[in-house]
Write a protein that binds this ligand. Structure first.
Ligand code: NAI
Length: 328
């Protein structure tokens, strides 16, 4: 029998946590034959709610779930962690300046990064979901100098999945026929969903669409502003789809991309495609045996270049802001 994998989830009592934990426990995160132990990190006032969710997890009698521990101490939550999903974050409230938002999140992600550094397992893989995800990942990474930098990733898989779905709806293709789509840059309104290298049933997606105005005026803004559209319609932010994307991100990282396809992940740049080294930016990546590589050699056309650059510029500004605050 396999040793259980320790999975730590922060913000476990939140909306995404509620949609996420049951799928982790039922085997969708790592594989249907991988037992898991859950560690739930919450702030003290939310421990009771986390306890309630844990009771429901018990009541599912999941065969793969080998234990649940609930704590408000990051040092306990990340002890021996193999996978960490950092979901809990400080949302922007009315009238809050960007500096205040970054500072509040620094107060969360810096101590969590340090606890990961000091207590996590050697093979720790970190996914940051809590916004601003890319910059929160940078803060946690900077606080964990003993962990290989590439283990800190940020989630753009929801954007990737949204883009595939929009493209399928436009062209009438099946979702499963769409490959090699890329989200570049920041998980924010500046992100750039790129279909110029994507394929629909083996044909170039941009040629199948054949409509640059639709790309510029409909597709890109629809994908980039989808989060706001969900809030408008649902009265609450995306939760099940975000949890699903977190599952997809880690599952792909651990189990590999399909031959001939790739995915999008926010990862520390090695300088590829003109993205300054060290920024946690979304790239096209292939994964294999728990490691990932940036897809190299893609031709970036005149339509794409300024859009990638604008999102990367925003990431650089966020990095400079957290640096000025002493968070990295
Ligand atoms: P939520 O507000 O329902 O839950 C957040 C939970 O985090 C709360 O239970 C809160 O008590 C907890 N928390 C706050 N500080 C914490 C700390 N220091 N340690 C542990 N837990 C802490 O929010 P929801 O809807 O679950 O979203 C969570 C985050 O995910 C938000 O930042 C949201 O913006 C982000 N998000 C990111 C997406 C992406 O594509 N990257 C997509 C959707 C949401």
């Amino acid at each position: 029998t396999r040793t259980p994998v320790n999975v730590t989830v922060t913000g476990a009592a939140g909306q995404i946590g509620y949609a996420l934990l049951f799928r982790i426990a039922s085997g969708h995160l790592l594989g249907a034959d991988v037992p898991v132990k859950l560690r739930l990190l919450e702030i003290t006032p939310a421990l009771g709610a986390a306890q309630g969710t844990a009771m429901e997890l018990d009541d599912c009698a999941f065969p793969l779930l080998r234990g649940i521990e609930i704590t408000d101490d990051p040092n306990v939550a990340f002890d021996g962690a193999n996978v960490a999903l950092l979901v809990g974050a400080r949302p922007r409230t009315k009238g809050m300046e960007r500096g205040d938002l970054l500072e509040a999140n620094g107060g969360i992600f810096k101590p969590q990064g340090k606890a990961i550094n000091d207590h996590a397992a050697d093979d720790i893989k970190v996914l940051v979901v809590g916004n601003p995800a890319n910059t929160n990942a940078l803060i946690a990474q900077a606080a964990a100098p003993d962990v290989p930098a590439e283990r800190f990733t940020a989630m753009t898989r929801l954007d990737h999945n949204r883009a595939i779905s929009q493209l399928a709806a436009k062209t009438g293709a099946a979702v499963s026929d769409i490959k090699r789509l890329t989200i570049w840059g920041n998980h924010s309104a500046t992100q750039y969903p790129d279909i110029f290298h994507a394929e629909i049933a083996g044909k170039n997606a941009a040629e199948v669409v054949g409509d640059e105005a639709w790309l510029a005026d409909t597709f890109i803004p629809t994908v980039a502003k989808r989060g706001a559209a969900i809030i408008e319609a649902r009265g609450a932010s995306s939760a099940a789809s975000a949890a699903n994307a977190a599952i997809d991100h880690v599952h792909t990282w651990v189990n590999g991309t399909a031959e001939g396809d790739w995915t999008s992940m926010g990862i520390p740049s090695d300088g590829s495609y003109g993205v300054p080294e060290g920024l946690i930016s979304s790239f096209p990546v292939t994964t294999k045996n728990g490691t990932y590589e940036i897809v190299q050699g893609l031709d970036i056309n005149e339509f794409s270049r300024p859009r990638i650059d604008a999102s990367v510029q925003e990431l650089a500004e966020e990095r400079d802001a957290v640096r000025a605050l002493g968070l990295i």
